[in-house]
Design a protein around this ligand. Structure first.
Ligand code: ADP
Ligand code: MG
Length: 326
């Protein structure tokens, strides 16, 4: 079990950003309306994620840190219609195997919660405590017991960049959740959580970028697409500027990005990317999210049709009256 967790950690926990991704996804799955993220030293020293979601039942807390203890999948069939972000039940045990974790959680307001501390996979504290409804996860000294992995970490600035990407993607995916993110005491992001994607775009990319955005909106029997897109206000190319969300999950997909670029191809110089947030929804059987351990790659069952759909939707958006080439 201990060894299995260490091995799984090697797959799931590549760097601080992978820890953050898993913990934010858990908060989202728990129905949080507010997610506060604090990091120190690129997340290597500390990551804290606090949410106001459903919380973990005191009796379930130890179990949650055991392998394949997901509360989200009841049967094999569920694997083909995944609606939550997490489903493997690997994240918590993997993270706890390679760091010092504190988890405080309560399932009702003002109620009794439970506090659990685990160091390198070993429980070091476990008691009842008063806590607000929701969950607080603190991950300290990541990779302290796996020096080879620690050595592989890049600069604080690089790790911070990856942490920011994770927060930005989740904030763009869920404008209805209020996110805050600070690093070494500096607040880097705050979103209102009122459901307005434009305000999230403004918080991340700046108000002039948000103003330049036109709406993308299309549907057919298989897909619905909503989102925003614009020529980059800044002149430098930025591949990260296209955020693709499939059924609410951030993915990397050429099948979505390429037709968007195709729609832009007469408007953008080569190797330049538009700014875009594309929210694509479809029946879960039309997409396989279970391709990659970090769950970033997906496979679409009707890819050619999807490409045509995206390109047509993007062209329509760019042709709309709001679009003025700069
Ligand atoms: P998975 O997300 O794949 O189910 P995890 O290891 O990430 O597996 O989490 C294990 C379980 O712990 C989850 O299924 C959930 O029941 C519980 N859990 C983890 N984080 C939270 C949270 N922030 N709020 C409520 N429950 C949580
Ligand atoms: Mg999870």
């Amino acid at each position: 079990e201990h060894l299995a967790n260490q091995i799984a950690a090697g797959e799931v926990v590549e760097r601080p950003a992978s820890v953050l991704k898993e913990l934010i996804e858990n908060a989202v799955d728990a129905g949080a309306s507010r997610i506060d993220v604090t990091a120190e030293e690129g997340g290597l020293q500390l990551l804290r994620i606090a949410d106001d979601g459903a919380g973990i039942q005191p009796d379930d807390m130890l179990v949650a840190f055991q392998r394949h203890a997901t509360s989200k999948i009841a049967s094999d069939k569920d694997l083909f219609r995944i609606t939550t972000l997490g489903f493997r039940g690997e994240a918590l045990p993997s993270i706890a195997a390679v760091s010092k974790v504190k988890c405080v959680s309560a399932t009702d307001a003002g109620g009794l919660g439970r506090l659990l501390e685990i160091e390198g996979g070993t429980v070091t504290a476990d008691r009842e405590t008063n806590a607000p409804k929701g969950t607080e996860m603190v991950v300290k000294d990541l990779f302290y017991n796996t020096p080879a992995r620690l050595k592989y970490m890049k600069t604080i600035q690089t790790e911070l960049g990856h942490l920011s990407d994770v927060v930005y993607r989740q904030a763009l995916a869920r404008p209805d959740i209020a996110f805050s993110f600070s690093h070494n005491g500096n607040q880097l992001l705050r979103t209102p959580g009122n459901g307005d994607l434009k305000q999230v775009v403004a918080a991340i990319y700046g108000t002039s970028s948000a103003k330049a955005m036109v709406e993308v909106k299309a549907d057919n029997p298989d897909y619905t697409l909503t989102g925003l897109t614009a020529l980059p206000v800044e002149t430098r190319a930025n591949r990260n500027a296209v955020t693709v969300l499939v059924n609410g999950r951030y993915v990397r997909s050429q099948a979505v990005v390429q037709p968007l670029l195709q729609a832009y191809h007469t408007l953008l110089p080569l190797h330049r990317y538009p700014l875009a947030v594309l929210n694509l929804n479809m029946h879960p059987t039309l997409v396989d999210v279970n391709v990659h351990p970090a769950k970033l790659e997906v496979r679409f069952s009707k890819e050619a049709e999807l490409r045509g759909f995206i390109e047509a939707a993007a062209k329509q958006a760019l042709g709309s009256e709001a679009y003025i080439p700069s």
